[in-house]
Design a protein. Structure first.
Length: 432
């Protein structure tokens, strides 16, 4: 089987002993899907079932269940192998944009140097011929200054003596080539796991209120509550009822509360005591996680690429240069690519910047809407307080500990029955 990572991570967080409700809360998954996944996983890794006297089931897994699966299923080995290969190629793609930029700048300026030297050589020959004829003339000799710290001017605090003593790169900090990719394309959607976070928050809220809630307590985690009758009749609660096997109940005033029996059972009392977020807060998009110096350097290199390409273009327009071969001919053939790359290098982040501002404005509005719904709960109106109080009449919590198990698949059934009988003897239930 393919290991469901959400279920596996939830099991690890719950210390390898959990009910289906516990895992559903941690992972934000559908109850039926979770139960099926736990059963299959327990069968594959040699897990155990602990059945409480009330009939509830706790799943117990070995701490090394991932290793067991990895050794048992060669498909998982291949999956992990290709995942490592993809991570390697993904890294190469990320750094390739910075490498291309550096190569582009080197090609442009080396070609400019070659062209100027060639032109000066031809002019020098012409001037020598003129001097032999007795006429005077000046010799055009360009002067170039090369320095290993060519881009020092992008560092406002540059000091050659202190530059060598620069602080070491912090763990997790990007190198420059990675920063170039981040500058161009950003660092991914900060809300890529928003739906997962949403369902986790909803499940945690239901668990915190011991399996009985009102719609107003769930609304701060949702985006679209509908309009008109759809919102009035709380249609937005239907997907939540389906996902966590809840059922609606009606109070004497005709208001609906929602009861989730499956989330009232847990293998650890501490899981129900976990604090919950007051509302679901989306993260704002960040332009880049690269530091300011890396971004300034990337902008500077992009500008150098464009300026160099424009200078090169004016030199290539010379008819004599057009006849040259070798490096000049090669660079001339890809000149428009070099110029376009430099322009795109600055244009893409600029366009992305404005798109991010627009996107963050919408995110801020949604966060404010959810926060406003959460504020209605503290303090709640009188009608809402009555509704919440009625929901609490359905609240309950059942903690399945080792003391109230009917049996477990960890050991044979006969010894468990003998232990149970001996326990009842000790409690004085037999022989009275």
């Amino acid at each position: 089987m393919a290991l469901n990572q959400a279920i596996a991570q939830a099991i690890e967080k719950l210390r390898y002993r959990a009910t289906a409700g516990d895992v559903a809360v941690q992972a934000g998954l559908n109850i039926n899907f979770t139960q099926q996944g736990l059963l299959v996983l327990a069968a594959d890794v040699g897990g155990h079932l602990q059945v409480a006297e009330s009939g509830e089931i706790v799943y117990l897994f070995p701490p090394n269940f991932r290793s067991i699966l990895r050794n048992k299923f060669w498909q998982l080995r291949w999956q992990e192998f290709w995942q490592r290969i993809w991570q390697f190629f993904s890294y190469l793609i990320r750094i390739s944009f910075g490498i291309v930029l550096v190569i582009s700048i080197l090609l442009i300026f080396v070609t400019i140097f070659v062209i100027i030297v060639t032109l000066n050589s031809s002019r020098g020959s012409g001037d020598n011929n003129d001097n032999d004829g007795g006429s005077g003339g000046g010799i055009f000799l360009p002067h170039f200054w090369f320095n290993p710290n060519l881009f020092w001017f992008f560092d406002w605090d540059y000091n050659p003596s202190t530059r060598r003593q620069q602080e070491k790169k912090q763990p997790g900090e990007m190198n420059f080539l990675e920063a170039v990719f981040s500058f161009l394309f950003g660092d991914g959607d900060p809300n890529a796991n928003l739906e997962e976070r949403r369902w986790q928050a909803i499940a945690a809220t239901i668990r915190y209120h011991q399996g009985a809630v009102v719609a107003e307590q769930i609304a701060p985690y949702l985006d679209n509550l509908g309009t008109g009758y759809s919102q009035e009749y709380e249609d937005y609660m239907l997907p939540i009822l389906v996902r966590f096997e809840g059922r609606p109940e009606v109070n004497p005033e005709g208001q609906i509360i929602y009861h989730f029996p499956e989330l009232q059972v847990t293998a650890s009392a501490s899981e129900s005591a976990q604090p919950v977020l007051p509302y679901l807060k989306e993260k704002l998009w960040q332009f880049s996680q690269a530091n300011s110096q890396q971004i300034m350097l990337a902008v500077g290199l992009g500008a150098v690429n464009i300026i160099g390409a424009l200078i090169l273009g004016s030199l290539l327009a010379d008819g004599k240069v057009a006849l040259a071969g070798g490096l000049v001919a090669f660079v001339s053939s890809i000149y428009w690519f070099l110029l376009a790359y430099g322009i795109a290098f600055l244009a893409i982040p600029l366009i992305r910047y404005f798109l991010i501002q627009r996107r963050n404005t919408k995110i801020a509005v949604r966060n404010e809407q959810r926060q406003a719904r959460a504020s209605l709960l503290a303090p709640a109106a009188e009608a809402l307080q009555k509704k919440i109080a009625y929901a609490q009449s359905f609240a309950a919590q059942s903690v399945i500990s080792n003391q109230n198990l009917a049996y477990t698949t960890e050991t044979d059934l006969l010894p468990q029955e003998i232990d149970g009988e001996m326990g009842r003897w000790g409690d004085g239930e037999i022989g009275r």
